[in-house]
Design a protein around this ligand. Structure first.
Ligand SMILES: [Zn+2]
Length: 151
């Protein structure tokens, strides 16, 4: 089920699957007047849509952590990034949910942020496209990086 929790697209894909299952039941029980031929073709179309929605998350789950994190090596040294790293280590961030196997976390700070090793739903990441404090914290929790010890 972790696959469906990684992103909004994943949850939407799950919602579509439930709709398809309901449609299947109503066709099978004869409640729906849709004939089975047209159901079969829309069934295939729906499954294709679900696959499109999940494609990126499936790729994420199959890619090793080091490979995912290596895309950020180039920006790691800058002062801005060091500041984010310190904030990630400061313990101010509240993790609401973490799935270490699926490598995603949900942070709460007024808003909810959905974080993976390759993206985050917070404004900082959306604006700059480099790891935010949430992503550093997740990488720290997963032992991919070592968060600085703050005294
Ligand atoms: Zn973030």
């Amino acid at each position: 089920m972790a696959l469906f929790s990684i992103s909004k697209r994943g949850r939407f894909a799950l919602f579509l699957l439930v709709l398809v299952a309901l449609a299947f039941v109503s066709v099978a029980m004869g409640i729906s007047d849709m004939d089975s031929g047209s159901f079969a073709s829309s069934f295939v179309a729906y499954l294709f849509l679900v696959w499109l929605l999940l494609r990126r998350d499936i790729r994420y789950m199959r890619t090793p952590s080091e490979v995912l994190w290596s895309q950020w090596e180039a920006c790691a040294g800058s002062d801005d990034q060091q500041a984010r790293l310190s904030r990630a280590a400061s313990g101010e961030l509240a993790i609401k949910e973490i799935d270490k196997k699926a490598r995603y976390a949900v942070f709460v700070d007024g808003k909810r942020y959905r974080t993976t090793l390759s993206r985050c739903s917070c404004r900082d990441f959306k604006k700059r496209g480099v790891p935010c404090e949430h992503m550093y914290r997740l990488a720290g929790e997963l032992d991919i990086i070592e968060l600085p010890k703050l005294s």
